[in-house]
Design a protein around this ligand. Structure first.
Ligand code: PLP
Length: 396
């Protein structure tokens, strides 16, 4: 079937964080929400049907994952990622961020060091610091308009207290899809220094033209045994509200420790609708996803052309994966807070400002383009108008 991603769907009064909470969270009025990572698109039709059918049953008691659920996940990983996953490796968590919190608590102790690569998804900082572990920054290098990992800096920061690295693969917010070579270089360093690799691959299905994702654990048996791979159908199929993720752990010893933490918190059970949605999305969602990726690619091209032609002060960082676009606004010559003011108060567009992803994100902004093109255009028009109002002011 042909999906219509151009359809504007009113999301107000659905308890949507993105739409219903935006004005409160950003302290504004009639803000256009292009921030938090969910999409303004309906999920695949077979997922809606499966949920309706389950709802019709009318009883929603405690729910167990069954063979059919695991089979759908295993087949998805094989079909879409050429990654052979075994049923035993698949652990449940109510979300990737909660899983990260549990992973940090299980495999490190207070005072241990954990590496992250800023600018990066800001909850990485929270799960480390709120659990009283110490962040070690290994900032990405921004070279010739492209972000790359800085391996020299990484090696120089490693000491005996460093126990873990958390990577975003693909990378939120800079949109890189790490190559097998990059991941191999990283993995070799971590093996050498006995550092556990936690690879957050929640965006792994959202890969744009010309790029391909490599699951970290698929690279080699040694990497598989030294890693935890966080996956979920939530970004891919817009199911974040159903709070279901799959944490894939090939190493038996690591897996048992993680499962033990889940059990100690009594959160091993899956939500009824999360289970139904995950299985149906992974079984029947390919067609929808393929069309979504074409639409996102066109949105990216639309945004890039629009900015190049009308807002030349901004530079779009090439996006290889995710639906989050990282935009270099430094030519505007504004401080981080001034840029935020411009976007929120003048343009009235809610974006995730670069500085929240770490110091190296200052002067950048992140835009969620998983919306109908009409909304994207509206956001760009608002930003263009606001930029016009400050054009030339900063350089005077
Ligand atoms: C890299 C990354 N990890 C995790 C999440 C959220 O995961 P969850 O909703 O499963 O906690 C996001 C959402 O934007 C993300 O970008």
């Amino acid at each position: 079937m042909k999906y219509n991603f151009d359809e504007e769907i009113n999301r107000f009064n659905t308890s949507s964080v993105k739409w219903d909470e935006v004005d409160t969270i950003f302290n504004g009025e009639n803000l256009l929400p292009m921030w938090v990572a969910d999409m303004d698109f309906k999920v695949p039709e077979p997922v809606i049907e499966a949920i309706k059918q389950r709802a019709e049953h009318g009883i929603f008691g405690y729910t167990a994952r069954n063979d059919s659920y695991y089979e759908a996940i295993i087949n998805w990983m094989q079909r879409r990622h050429n990654w052979k996953v075994e049923k035993d490796w698949i652990c449940h968590a109510p979300g990737v961020v909660p899983a990260l919190g549990m992973i940090v608590r299980t495999f490190t102790k207070p005072g241990d060091k954990i590496i992250i690569q800023s600018p990066v998804y800001y909850p990485f900082t929270n799960v480390v610091e709120k659990n009283e572990r110490v962040i070690v920054q290994n900032p990405l290098k921004y070279e010739d308009g492209k972000y790359v990992m800085d391996f020299e800096d990484l090696e120089s920061k490693i000491d005996h207290d460093v126990k873990m690295i958390i990577i975003s693969s693909p990378h939120n917010p800079v949109g890189r899809v790490w190559t097998k070579e990059e991941l191999t270089q990283l993995g070799d360093i971590c093996l050498k220094h006995n550092i556990l690799v936690v690879s957050d691959e929640i965006h792994f299905d959202l890969i744009l033209k010309g790029h391909s994702h490599t699951p970290f654990a698929s690279i080699s048996e040694e990497f598989a045994q030294n890693s935890i791979i966080c996956t979920a159908p939530s970004k891919t199929f817009n199911l974040a509200g159903l709070q279901t993720s799959n944490i894939i752990i090939p190493n038996k010893n690591i897996r048992e420790k993680f499962t033990n933490t889940l059990e100690s918190l009594f959160i091993g059970m899956t939500s009824t609708f999360g289970l139904v949605a995950t299985e149906s999305a992974y079984r029947y969602g390919d067609e929808w996803l393929d069309q979504l990726l074409v639409y996102l690619q066109k949105n990216l091209e639309f945004l890039t052309d629009y900015i190049n032609q009308n807002i030349p002060e901004l530079k779009v960082i090439p996006t290889e994966g995710t639906y989050l676009v990282w935009i270099d606004c430094r030519e505007l010559g504004l401080e981080a807070k001034e840029l935020e003011h411009l976007m929120q108060k003048e343009a009235r567009v809610a974006l995730d400002e670069g500085y929240i992803f770490g110091k190296s994100g200052e002067g950048f902004t992140r835009m969620n383009i998983a919306c109908p093109r009409s909304i994207l255009e509206e956001g760009l028009k608002r930003i263009e108008k606001a930029v016009k109002s400050v054009r030339g002011v900063a350089s005077k």
